[in-house]
Design a protein around this ligand. Structure first.
Ligand SMILES: Cc1cc2nc3c(=O)[nH]c(=O)nc-3n(C[C@H](O)[C@H](O)[C@H](O)COP(=O)(O)OP(=O)(O)OC[C@H]3O[C@@H](n4cnc5c(N)ncnc54)[C@H](O)[C@@H]3O)c2cc1C
Length: 372
């Protein structure tokens, strides 16, 4: 029988951030993940600078062995509409490959790792938790992403009544002879919005890799949107027309629309397991990292008394950081109004640069967690 202070289920950015913060304070932490690492994660791989700051990452060291693409501008428009080119005079974001990034963060966390092992059994005992019949822990942190088994344990109706973003992406390496003539510029992602504003497609070049995908907040029909988007990109010569792309899909919840219970006695949820991605952009890595750090702070503050009441401090931290979970006026608008609005809004350069990019996608004015 193994023992630890905290068991984290899931070694993505949420789980590894939480583990890193707890290990830095001397707790004994195990991270269990059903996959062996490095592993692929369906994602565009775009991170905002806060992630680097909050995790105290040394970019110079990281970029020596991993793809790390500074982003210095965007091309933005409606699918099939005119595009705005918005340049910045500094790096406003970075593109990474999740295959590399997640593995790096997990190894750096200093936690003991149980990889290739799914969570199968979770039982409450007098002393805390018994997991898979072979590991005892005082606290469990559910960081297993959208389909996290700990979220199910807490009653989440995963994949049934929840309205989720469904998204598909494909990442591939550009062939050597095509690297210089490729139409997509590295560091200038292209964002193509659907005219009903339920989602958007993207094309991101990171070094010699391209990531293409599309996500929409609706439970059905993503495949046909992705096929149409792929045809659109080929027709407009953004990608070669003879490419055979194999898309992979995943789902996750947007913060304002998610309703999962986040804590109970000796257990809390972080990252996608808690449904935290930013509502307007779908960015989930920063909220995953921040929730991991906030969960760690709450666990440390609870000083071994991990009652539901003590852990509720985590929910309060999240609410004060991300706001209250409510629907807003834009959720009420009928589709034909949204379609008319989308054309007008995305035709405005001011809207695209200052509201859509600076506010909603880059959170440029929001202080980092550590400084706030
Ligand atoms: C197509 C797509 C594109 C995206 N693009 C971006 C982007 O560019 N930028 C951004 O910020 N966000 C993006 N997101 C969202 C982002 O990927 C997630 O919000 C983020 O990965 C959440 O991190 P996490 O650690 O909570 O979960 P995950 O990264 O999903 O990690 C969960 C881990 O739990 C493990 N696990 C699952 N079940 C079990 C089990 N039963 N037992 C043990 N382990 C288990 C998994 O193997 C996995 O390693 C995108 C999402 C999608 C679908």
């Amino acid at each position: 029988m193994q023992r630890c202070d905290v068991l984290i289920v899931g070694g993505g950015p949420a789980g590894s951030s939480c583990a890193w913060a707890l290990r830095n304070s001397g707790l004994d932490v195990v991270v269990m993940d059903k996959m062996a690492f490095p592993r692929d994660k369906v994602c565009a791989g775009w991170i905002t600078p806060a992630v680097i700051e909050e995790l105290n990452l040394d970019m110079e060291i990281y970029r020596q062995q991993h793809v790390f693409q500074p982003i210095t501008g965007f091309r933005v428009g409606l699918i099939g509409g005119p595009m705005h080119e918005i340049p910045y005079d500094h790096a406003v974001s970075y593109a990474i490959r999740r295959f590399e990034f997640d593995d790096y963060l997990l190894r750096r966390s200093g936690a003991r790792l149980r990889l290739g092992e799914p969570l199968k059994n979770l039982a409450r005992t007098g002393e805390g938790w018994l997991v898979n019949g072979s590991l005892q822990a005082d606290v469990i942190v559910g960081a297993g992403g959208h389909f996290c088994p700990v979220a199910r344990f807490l009653g989440a109706d995963v994949g049934r009544t929840e309205l989720a973003v469904n998204a598909q992406e494909c990442e591939f390496e550009i062939k050597v002879p095509e690297r210089h003539s490729y139409p997509m510029e590295a560091g200038i992602p292209e964002l193509y919005f659907c005219d009903d504003l339920k989602g958007y497609g993207w094309c991101v070049r990171k070094g010699d890799f391209i990531n293409i995908g599309l996500g929409r907040e609706e439970n059905l029909g993503i495949a046909q949107h992705v096929t149409a988007f792929q045809r659109f990109l080929m027709k407009n010569a953004r990608i070669p027309s003879d490419l055979e792309l194999r898309f992979k899909g995943h789902a996750y919840l947007l913060y304002r629309h998610a309703r999962r219970r986040l804590v109970d006695d000796g257990v809390l949820l972080i990252g996608d397991a808690a449904g935290l991605a930013y509502t307007q952009s779908g960015e989930g890595i920063r909220p995953a990292v921040e929730s991991g750090l906030m969960a760690a702070a709450t666990i440390l503050q609870a000083k071994e008394y991990y009652s539901r009441d003590a852990l509720e401090a985590y929910t309060r931290r999240l609410t004060s950081r991300l706001g209250t979970r409510t629907h807003d006026w834009s959720d009420m608008l009928p589709m034909f109004v949204k379609s008319r609005l989308s054309g007008k809004l995305l035709a405005s350069r001011w809207f695209v640069q200052h509201l859509l990019l600076d506010c909603w996608f880059l959170h440029a004015d929001e202080p980092h967690l550590r400084s706030s």
